[in-house]
Design a protein around this ligand. Structure first.
Ligand code: ATP
Length: 200
């Protein structure tokens, strides 16, 4: 479903990705760990086609949709969380308001709360970002440091959410510094010096 072959990427003279190859299938959960600046976000940006690799190839089916939480997504700061998510889904003509409301409520965000996103905490913003990456039933879900700022209950819900995505046959790829206990990982990699090392 996703094939990543021999990606290379440099910024100016700095080689960030030397040789990145891996593949993922529907229903798999993949973890990529690595230190700050090792290139995790760069891999996601290339898969999401925000950034071009210097060489190498990415293959996925033409009907595949990608959801992504990468770095700090921008929002309409003076609007509510629900308005923001609904707006983003409408841009793709793919709004399922009931689903958005349910995803928010399940994650402890009251969809009817009138608080503007500018007043959201880091964890609340992360939840919006995670919901945005899955609310349109995307087939491949890329989550970059998704658990930043999440409290214990939200972490537990996140683990359940990833299991649900797996059960729904999504391919979920998570990048983070550390290993989250209880996650249903099928493959784990460590990104070191621009190369992915399998941890199995
Ligand atoms: N647009 C860019 N221009 C120049 N250098 C960049 C650019 N994007 C990333 N880099 C550099 O590439 C390296 C990898 O960055 P990247 O954000 O992919 O790492 P990361 O593993 O996601 O880091 P973190 O864990 O801190 O989020 C860093 O040295 C960064 O400074």
């Amino acid at each position: 479903m996703l094939e990543v072959n021999q990606l290379q990427k440099s910024f100016h003279d700095e080689i960030v990705l030397q040789d990145i190859s891996f593949s993922g299938q529907p229903g798999q959960v993949i973890h990529i760990s690595g230190e700050n600046g090792s290139g995790k976000s760069t891999i996601f940006k290339i898969i999401a086609r925000i950034l071009k690799a210097d060489s190498g190839e990415i293959h996925y089916d033409s009907e595949t949709t990608i959801g992504a939480l990468i770095e700090n997504p921008g929002y309409l700061e003076f609007e509510t969380g629900l308005t923001n998510l609904s707006f983003l889904a409408k841009l793709n003509h793919n709004e399922d308001l009931e689903k958005i409301r349910r995803l928010m409520a399940d994650f402890g965000l009251d969809p009817d709360n009138k608080r503007a996103v500018s007043k959201y905490s880091l964890g609340m913003r992360q939840k919006l970002g995670i919901i945005q990456a899955i609310m349109e039933d995307q087939n491949i879900v890329l989550l970059d440091e998704p658990t930043r700022g999440l409290d214990r209950a939200s972490l537990n819900h996140f683990v359940e959410l990833v299991q649900q995505l797996k059960d729904e046959n999504k391919l979920v790829i998570i990048a983070s510094h550390d290993f989250q206990a209880g996650m249903p990982y099928d493959k784990t990699y460590r990104l070191i010096d621009g190369v992915l090392q399998s941890e199995e």
